[in-house]
Design a protein around this ligand. Structure first.
Ligand SMILES: [Fe+2]
Ligand SMILES: [Fe+2]
Length: 167
């Protein structure tokens, strides 16, 4: 189903569709993070990805709660955007030989993922509130905050150490 499929008639349909998009994305991210943990050399970066893997598992559970609160089936829809971001990350990582440069590439890839998630959760929080689902909005807000924290932590690692080590 495309983003502007005819099956989406109401704001509520659009909310549920976007929820399914991020649910699919989070499930793809959970599958990809172990590879990123494996490839990272910097211990703080490895630990950061590991922590975010655990957070991501919790985020998936929160999304499942949102589906239940809203009374719809827990399911994903294909999200070509996250597939493309993860595919590109994998390609770039495969082409980098130097461990320190690879860490810088992994941070950049991680931040592309976080920014995608931030845009989706920002939208979902706003729509949930508009639809009178403050209960759903509160759960989505928790996910949004974890993505923003992760993004900031990656920036701090890059700027304080990893980029300089790679240069
Ligand atoms: Fe996430
Ligand atoms: Fe994330």
């Amino acid at each position: 189903m495309g983003f502007f499929s005819k099956d989406i008639k109401t704001m509520d349909d659009l909310f549920v569709h976007t929820l399914r998009d991020i649910y699919y994305a989070e499930n793809q991210i959970v599958k990809t993070l172990p590879e990123m943990i494996d490839k990272a050399s910097d211990q703080e970066l490895k630990d950061g990805f590991e922590r975010h893997l655990q957070e991501t598992e919790m985020q998936i559970e929160r999304l499942e709660q949102v589906f239940k609160l809203h009374g719809v089936d827990v399911s994903g829809v294909n999200c070509p955007a996250i597939d493309g971001i993860l595919e590109e990350a994998d390609e770039v990582a495969g082409e980098v030989d130097d461990d320190q440069v690879l860490d810088a590439a992994l941070i950049a890839a991680g931040q592309a993922v976080e920014h995608y998630e931030i845009t989706r959760y920002g939208t979902l929080v706003a729509w949930a509130k508009q639809l009178g689902r403050n209960d759903c909005a509160a759960l989505l807000q928790q996910n949004l905050e974890e993505e923003m924290q992760t993004d900031m932590a990656l920036t701090a690692m890059a700027e304080s150490r990893v980029n300089a080590a790679a240069a």
